[in-house]
Design a protein around this ligand. Structure first.
Ligand code: 7RM
Length: 630
């Protein structure tokens, strides 16, 4: 696929994408390999919602990620894998080798009973086998549901049960920095609550001893010996589900965002190529984990569809020291580097001593994703990592959008620190006010919505279509609501200011306040809790929990430690509150609703400016809370 080469071209392409969207996207879809082309490009309404792209088409995304490249770039490196331990050897898989491994593992899945349409849960470390397993699912038409390996046994079980998975793919353990995490033991614990899982395929990674259940658990390496490496890709319908990925919202348990095959494929490749201005031969590294949408779209699918070399890093930015990212950039001559603001802030805090030893002169484009980037972090990244010659692409998007929606095109769009700038062609953002009216003109702020379908958008939430309608399509008529607040400046550039709902963004991870509250409330001594976000220097937002206990607490430290353990067990360590304040009451309205606005102010240290509290049932609780603020 040809990419956009100048700002004028962007403008023409954007105008065309709005004037004739179907023609526009059909043109992009044409450059892929289809077993059968589509009958209609787009059918949609946002009321149900019902969105269908490329209906009637037949294809397989792995044919496009792998088989299609074999002739021209079979020996080119598809995946470069960098292990946690810098002394362990890295691995390079060519397109030919990756294709072969994916075919073999597809056969392993089939021989373990997997069929088209089955849901398969992946709970794995960042090793090439994770990418192989993802692609093997797609190749046989099974639906992958990757669960980030930092989630607890309980969270894993919830996700397996929600999607009624029949197979789990995992590893004995994972290396992360100095830590070793026993993944198989967590799976075993979770599976006690799951009765749909018939097989567990276990990759050997840390070589620690694990329990293997007779008849259920098999070893990856044993299954892979003497299995055929021939496996034609299953012909999928355009709208067949490709994957489910769970994400947190304002209320309830995380929901399974459903992405389908053709539209996701077209948009993942198109956005990858244009945002990063990928050129043949570039070495591309996205530091995300494949457990998040960024890893799906911009470690696996986007880069492989474009025939790129994509890097996978097993470890963490701080191990063995805060120079690790830059060491890897130099060693592998990375050209395009994509990470999260939280990582930049954490490394910035460690000082330039960890940056100075490295040249970083292979870099051409650097990017960020996951949360708003603050001006200081942006400047530091631009100056010390990009050496003032690499454009920063601040990419705004979501699990639900499947791909990057608002971002500069590297070297093409003017940059403005903290601004994601302009929508990609095909994306029609708008700002909406409290009454649901669209806000025209520039120099305005509002809630960010998208008013026209794009190919990689969410189709449903797994098993609960009504929830999808309610969460994303009911707030504003005929619009997809993002949950984000946004400003449009005098030039029409967009700046995403953060969530306007009860979702907090901790180190680029989405966490629902309700989920954390539910986890805290499962602790026996807690009667009620309220969780809010507050500004945190490194993490972007921190988690602040107000808790009411059923008795006088003698030792607050013991209580707090117990709450942290509870949250770790129910959700995982990423959801642990940074601050816990024991309170005797919460600010509630007469109708019993917690006034989170007040708690947010207290948590942010702005308790002197609380605004109107007259609707509170008992205004005196506010003073007590203010006094006890941490
Ligand atoms: C890709 C991803 C989505 C939420 C989203 C925003 C926030 C993401 C940016 C950003 C400001 C950005 N998916 N967000 N990117 N905020 N600038 N460039 O992160 O589903 O996990 O999170 O993340 O609030 O709604 S996600």
């Amino acid at each position: 696929m040809k990419k956009i080469n100048s700002f004028e071209e962007y403008q023409t392409e954007y105008a065309r994408s709005v004037a004739t969207p179907e023609l526009f996207w059909a043109g992009k879809a044409n450059s892929f390999y289809w077993y059968k082309k589509w009958d209609s490009v787009l059918n949609w309404n946002f009321n149900e919602p019902n969105v269908k792209w490329f209906e009637g088409g037949k294809l397989n995304i792995t044919e496009n990620c792998l088989d299609r490249h074999l002739k021209k770039r079979g020996d080119k490196t598809a995946i470069t894998w960098v292990p946690n331990d810098p002394n362990e050897v890295s691995r390079h898989l060519s397109y030919k080798e990756l294709h072969r491994e994916v075919c073999k593992f597809s056969n392993v899945l089939r021989s373990n009973g997997a069929k088209k349409g089955d849901r398969i849960c992946l709970y794995m470390p960042m090793v090439p086998e994770l990418a192989i397993a993802v692609l093997a699912c797609a190749r046989i038409g099974a639906i992958h549901s990757v669960v980030f390996a930092g989630f607890s046994a309980q969270s894993l079980a919830d996700r397996i049960n929600d999607a009624t998975c029949n197979i789990v793919i995992t590893a004995d353990g994972a290396f992360r920095g100095v830590k070793k995490i026993g993944l198989k033991a967590i799976v075993d614990e979770g599976l006690q609550q799951c009765d749909t899982v018939k097989k567990v395929i276990v990759l050997e990674r840390t070589k620690e001893e694990v329990f293997m259940q007779e008849g259920r658990d098999v070893w990856w390496h044993e299954e892979m010996t003497s299995i055929s490496d021939i496996r034609p890709a299953e012909a999928m319908n355009s709208e067949d589900t490709l994957f489910i990925l769970y994400t947190s919202g304002s209320t309830g348990k995380p929901k399974g965002v459903v992405h389908t095959t053709a539209g996701y494929m077209v948009y993942a490749e198109y956005s990858f190529r244009n945002v990063f201005q990928y050129e043949d031969g570039d070495v591309y590294w996205c530091t995300a984990d494949i457990g998040w949408i960024t890893g799906h779209s911009y470690i696996i699918y986007g880069p492989l569809l474009a025939g790129a070399t994509t890097m996978m890093f097993e470890g963490v930015p701080s191990y063995p020291d805060a120079g690790r990212f830059w060491d890897i950039v130099d060693k592998y001559q990375v050209n395009i580097f994509y990470t999260a603001p939280t990582a930049i802030r954490a490394l910035q805090a460690k000082g330039l001593g960890f940056v100075k030893p490295y040249k970083l002169d292979s870099l051409k484009v650097i990017g960020t994703v996951g949360e708003p980037i603050n001006e200081e972090a942006w400047q530091w990244y631009y100056e010390h990592i990009g050496k003032e010659k690499c454009p920063i692409v601040d990419t705004w998007w979501q699990t639900e959008t499947g791909g990057i929606m608002i971002s500069p095109l590297a070297g093409i769009t003017d940059l403005k620190p903290t601004y994601a700038t302009l929508p990609l062609p095909g994306i029609q953002p708008c700002l909406v006010d409290g009454d649901g009216e669209e806000i025209d003109g520039n120099n305005v702020s509002g809630n960010l919505c998208i008013k026209y379908p794009w190919p990689s958008m969410i189709r449903t939430t797994y098993g609960d279509h009504e929830r999808c309608r309610q969460v994303y399509f009911s707030a504003y008529q005929d619009k997809y609501f993002t949950g984000d607040g946004c400003r449009r400046d005098e030039n029409g550039f967009y700046r995403i200011t953060g969530r306007v709902d009860d979702v907090i963004n901790v180190s680029g991870h989405r966490i629902g306040t309700a989920e954390v509250e539910d986890a805290i409330n499962t602790y026996e001594k807690v009667v009620e809790s309220a969780v809010v976000g507050y500004p945190h220097e490194i993490k972007g937002q921190g988690i602040y929990a107000f808790v009411i206990c059923d008795e006088e607490i003698k030792n607050e430290d013991t209580l707090k430690a117990a709450i942290l353990t509870q949250v770790t067990q129910v959700i995982g360590p990423i959801a642990k509150p940074d601050k816990i304040q024991v309170v005797s009451g919460l600010p509630k309205t007469r109708s019993g609703k917690i006034m989170r606005r007040i708690l947010r102010k207290v948590a942010s240290g702005e308790a002197n400016n609380l605004g109107d509290v007259s609707t509170l049932l008992d205004p005196s609780v506010v003073d007590k809370i203010k006094q006890g603020a941490i």
